[in-house]
Write a protein that binds this ligand. Structure first.
Ligand code: 3ON
Ligand code: FE
Length: 491
């Protein structure tokens, strides 16, 4: 394990909660500017645009959201051009955002417990969803799309970030059909899904080509309620983890809680791994054979994000960030008072699925608290060597993400760059250098909230050597609240 330089100068507690909290202040202004305050040098070869999504607004009229995932989606773009970079941020003009801007208060309930003002009577029997478009942003089929898993994508202008409107992907989506926030891109395909939970759950899978045209769509019903945020793919399979949860909607119906708060983890219950063939109908000599969905059981845990999956020697391997239980915010509590130590950390596990004898084995690959995994885009669904993640500064326990961790899965070597004690990181996005031959040759881009200055930095790390620290640190003129996911488009 490689140690990093500043280890000795950081106090035992690697952060202070007041510092961390301020990263959840709303950013109400929208900016456009060349980033002139740069430490180090932006690589000339780094050309393209980083798009990031995440909640940006956490309060209206003095009322705070109950959970950060309820905040309206705000897009940031950083366009890298000949060694310079241009920043822009815009809220997605969803119907709910526009109406609430006009009203100056919350008009919709949030999935994660934000209620309309007026107490439970004002909220009871109101099942309208506010599509907050806050989870991911991708450029595909000539469209820039802001994603939120419970509803349709919003299209934006990639240059101005102006909202065009809800987008049905040229008729791929029916009205009110959701499109998850975790598409996977493999070669010339974008593969995504949508979940319709109920007593049994329908999983719909889409495959789109580079032009955005639908090339495959199939739906499957699996027993039981499912809350599935992400999935993994290999050349032959889509893999979903059905976390052991139950849904008791009564508090939601009666206006006491959000729908997401009615999802309860069942400790000790097994996780189901749902394996769906990507090409479910195969044409054999005897006609069309429908390949079945297989459901296997693994030890108990809760997974939001998968790092990657691949097939090797008749087995499927899935690397995922797994929690001992679903982290939640109690109904009366303030999420900014989170007692990190009371929650279980996300840790990296490798699941080995053997379809022949229908068994699953799992093995922990990394004990350090981590989230937001990222790999080389060409290795999605393939055997791979390097994994990048946001991670806690300290090796043990649960804490906010303050570091970027690189794992070499073949040698076990780790590299860690830490922004502690004042910095808090977001998802690292790996951008390969063009014409590179090594899997880790490129850059990692991330936004770091610097609580010492209440401003954020966009950082560029050399992904071959994290220990030397950022090659460029772009000081923004303001802070950017902790975000969720994003992507890089080389244009
Ligand atoms: O009955 C269903 C229950 C449910 C939960 C109905 C439903 C489809 C409306 C639903 C909605 C789910 C939604 C909207 C989920 C949205 C999730 C989201 C916005 C983000 C998830 C983020 C996950 C993680 C692990 C984030 C980690 C963040 C950090 C470590 C620090 O910033
Ligand atoms: Fe996610």
């Amino acid at each position: 394990f490689q140690l990093y330089e500043h280890a000795a100068t950081v106090p035992v507690e690697s952060y202070n909660r007041q510092d961390w909290q301020r990263g959840y202040e709303s950013l109400k202004q929208e900016f456009d500017y060349w980033i002139d305050d740069v430490e180090g040098e932006i690589p000339q070869e780094l050309q393209g645009t980083l798009f990031r999504n995440g909640p940006g607004l956490f309060d209206r009229n003095g009322q705070r959201v109950h959970h950060p995932f309820d905040g309206d989606g705000m897009i940031c773009s950083i366009a890298f051009q000949n060694g310079r970079a241009y920043f822009r941020n815009r809220y997605v003009r969803t119907q709910g955002f526009v109406e609430e801007e006009k009203a100056g208060k919350f008009l919709y309930r949030g999935v994660f417990g934000t209620q309309k003002p007026g107490g439970w009577l004002a909220n009871a029997f109101d099942f309208k969803l506010k599509n907050i478009a806050n989870t991911n942003i991708i450029y595909w089929g000539g469209k820039l799309l802001a994603l939120w898993e419970a509803a349709e994508p919003h299209r934006l202008d990639p240059h101005t970030l102006q909202t065009v409107g809800i987008d049905y992907l040229n008729g791929v989506l029916h009205p009110d059909e959701a499109f998850s926030a975790h598409p996977r891109i493999q070669k010339d395909r974008l593969i995504n899904f949508h979940i319709k939970p109920g007593l049994s759950t329908t999983i719909t899978i889409y495959e789109l080509d580079r032009s955005g045209k639908l090339v495959d769509r199939h739906a499957h019903s699996v027993p039981g309620f499912a809350f599935i945020h992400d999935f993994a793919i290999t050349p032959n399979y889509c893999i979903f983890f059905q976390n052991p949860v139950t849904f008791n909607p009564l508090p939601y119906v009666l206006g006491w809680q959000g729908a997401g708060e009615c999802v309860h983890f069942n400790p000790g219950h097994r996780t189901r791994i749902i394996v769906i063939p990507r090409h479910p109908v195969a044409g054999g000599s005897k006609g069309r054979v429908k390949k079945a969905v297989q459901i296997l059981e693994a030890e108990s845990g809760f997974v939001f994000h998968h790092a990657n999956a691949f097939e090797r020697e008749n087995k499927i391997y899935i690397d995922s960030i797994c929690y001992e239980s679903l982290p939640t915010v109690d109904p009366g509590a303030d999420y900014r008072q989170t007692d990190f130590e009371a929650l279980s950390p996300g840790q990296l596990w490798r699941f080995e699925v053997n379809l022949e004898n229908q068994t699953v084995r799992r093995q922990m690959l990394e004990t350090r608290c981590c989230e937001f995994p990222s790999v080389h885009p060409a290795n999605v669904g393939q055997p791979y060597r390097f994994l990048y993640m946001g991670a806690a500064h300290t090796a043990q326990g649960n804490a906010p993400l303050q570091a970027i961790l690189k794992i070499d899965l073949s040698s076990g070597e780790r590299q860690l760059w830490s922004a502690a004690p004042k910095g808090f990181v977001s998802e690292p996005i790996f951008v390969p250098r063009s014409n590179a031959t090594l899997e880790d040759d490129g850059w990692l881009l991330s936004l770091v909230y610097d609580s010492a200055r209440h401003r954020s930095d966009a950082i560029v790390l050399d992904s071959r050597d994290l220990n030397k620290g950022p090659v460029a640190r772009l000081h923004l003129q303001h802070h950017v609240p902790y975000g969720l996911h994003g992507s890089f488009t080389p244009q």
